[in-house]
Design a protein around this ligand. Sequence first.
Ligand code: IPD
Ligand code: CA
Ligand code: CA
Ligand code: CA
Length: 287
Amino acid sequence: GLNDLQLIELEALRMLSQAAEMAVARRDKLAVEYKGQGVSNPVTQVDREIQQLFAESIRTQFPDHGMLGEEGGGFGHDADYQWVVDPIDGTINYLKGLPLYGISVGVLYRRVPVVGAIWLGTGELLHARRGGMAHVRDQPLHPREVPGSGLLGVRHPGFRTTPKMAGTGLRIMDTRSTGSIAYDLAAVTLGWMDFALLRAPKIWDVAGGVVILEAAGGRALWYDRRRGKWLPLDGFLVLRGQRLESWSRPMLVGRRDVLEQMARCVIPSYPPALLTSLREGIRAARQ
Ligand code: IPD
Ligand code: CA
Ligand code: CA
Ligand code: CA
């Protein structure tokens, strides 16, 4: 028979393909609302309906599991298993018609991410469970390496490289920004990009992606501002005593062979207070 994680992975994939169908079929006539002030955090009716679809499916299939999602409707927060769902990651791209978005599901067992599944608007379906291999649809994932070339990565604003970079031999060709963290993580997992520097992802942006990335041989680090250091996730996405939804910290993810060197010479360059005022400035400018 199937063990717990196999069953969860299978059901996550089933929910994800239903959700993907919804995202594709409903894109043409979208009702859009805006969260907060300004227009930078839209939510469509489809984001809400997909969130709802997961909530109902999880309640039916796994009545003793909990769910946390960006668009609310969470339940069962004391349960051992928590489904962490971003119904559409990259909503702005989605509503504009740019296919760089994703639907991301991560399942945590006692705060350790154990199953991940991401569907991308460009058609790829990635999934993995802890201790197993990562797959694209039903094919095992073997990330390709481009020998001798420089690195291509994702860089959110607010990071800088120190002079130590010169001594590492790492060469950054260029950076890209997709507008969807789930897409960024999938791109790194697939070998389309070599690293990603994420400024303040929320737990639903990364819970699915880190499982798949690590199963495919990649690595994820988070930045401890207090100690001024990049630390391994070590399986735990959430620290003891921390609320799942308050999770938000700089991350460096990517190829195992380049990450250690990068961690020595890339730092988040803005203190939190400045970050907040920058964020407010950007928000004000967008209105
Ligand atoms: C956003 C995307 C984007 C990131 C934002 C996220 P959403 O998620 O992942 O890449 O820069 O911080 O909020 O709102 O489209 O699910
Ligand atoms: Ca959002
Ligand atoms: Ca979202
Ligand atoms: Ca998101």
